[in-house]
Write a protein that binds this ligand. Sequence first.
Ligand code: SF4
Length: 407
Amino acid sequence: MILDRLFGGVNANVMDALERALDGVELTRADAQLLLDTEGADFQALLRAADVARQEDVGNDVSYVVCRNMNFTNVCYVGCSFCGFARHKDEDDAYDHPMEVLIEKGRDAVARGATEFCIQAGIHPNKDHTHYREILTTLKAEFPEVHIHAFSPEEIDFGHRKSGMDLAEYLQWLVAAGLGTMPGTAAEILDDEIRQVVSPRKLGRDRWIEIVKAAHSIGLRSTSTLMYGHIEETRHVAAHLDLLREIQKETGGFTEFVPLGFIHEKNTLFNHLGARPGSSMAEDLKLIAVSRLFLRPWITNIQVSWVKMGPKLGQMALTAGANDFGGTLMEESISRESGSQYGENCPPEEMRRLIREVGRPPVERSTTYRILRRFDDPAKDPPSLEPERLVELSGPARWRLQEQRSA
Ligand code: SF4
């Protein structure tokens, strides 16, 4: 009776798609589009179904990884229209960190408990494949225990073309130097018409697929991502999810799916090319919920990006199908420079607080989703590794490193 009152107004086609998803039947692209367009009671039913699916797929734990971003250069001439990070090499705030700076950042990260370095940067025209390898060998020599998650398919494409090697051979050469996994970024929307507007000089859809499949074929796993909330329509999102699911069926190499909302304030795509001003709250939650239902059982880790969504909407996403809160990051700059206001660092203790506030148990994981530590009892939490270095701010940017505030 009460269920009739709660779900009586749900569209019959939506209800049918949700039932099939919960019965383990693969959803079609048309189903994904239908669910991405839901509103009102249909939208509420979608979130509830995705939460049930999440519980069945991966249980109640919410994972996070203690990691540090290292964006070793912001010099880039690729010119993606959504990017607020890239600089010309002669601009005042252009940088190209030497190895000593990366080592220093690594030391700081390890002191704060990092198990992963996440390394991505601009495409510096004066570098070549040897630079990528030098970063790996330098950091591995100093920090052999730390997992290196590095180089987007765009960076792999650039280095590979300079190397003259076979693609699999090039990837193996990087793995031998210490590459552990690869970010599945530079995907944006895997549709060349959309890419003509958002990233016309970046690698195309087929090349992205080629690189990701080649990586998976040598055992180099990657994340999978999507950037939404700009000029795409729901049919593009549905096709993108379908493509990722097909790749996963073939290779099994994706560790997770991370929907990334477009940050619009400071870039050409919004200011000059007619993009929407990012995603709405409802779109953010629908992306999480639909990806949970559509990608099961092939990709079962659905990650929230707290940098894009902010901590409170991120918490809501944990009740709409997500099971992972991403990384601590320590030094986020790519989203910030496009206008994100949610800070650069989410310390482990803040991660655990946010997760517990929605009634779920936090667990620290490795890059490849091995559970490293459980935190079932808050009274037994370890002390913070960084209290003196952080200031807590009012407003959405909750934490900032002391030296960055005074810089
Ligand atoms: S998104 Fe990456 S490749 Fe594109 S302009 Fe920015 S830094 Fe360069």
